[in-house]
Design a protein around this ligand. Sequence first.
Ligand code: THU
Length: 131
Amino acid sequence: MSDSEHIDLLRNAMQNAYAPYSNYKVGALIISENGAKHVGCNVENASYPQGQCAESSAISAMIVSGDKYIKQIYIMSEDKAGATPCGGCRQRIREFSDSDTLIKLCSSDKTVKTLSISDLLPHSFGPENLK
Ligand code: THU
């Protein structure tokens, strides 16, 4: 699947976001270890703290499928500068990634920036710290 097909899948996820309170729609697409695709979007709630980020939804979909490694994660918002994951989602991505993981920050039609987890979360705490 080409990068532009990934962008189309991602845009579709973003458009399906339930974000009536912030009006800030986010989509996420994970490509996991075997090339499987897992999409997510943000799902807000009238009780604001119960809302869920797009990255969390996509990670849940990956885990439900049995996969545990993020080869690539695309994150999209309508912001022309590209989406940027919140602090909590940086830590959630960290759990299932390594230095080869590509984190692609996208606007509604293209990848704006590609980063690694250590760019987003330097000196991080992760599963190895508990071994
Ligand atoms: N949001 C995400 O889905 N992912 C992020 O990493 C940043 C924030 C959502 C949460 C909320 O529904 C809306 O964007 C505004 O904060």
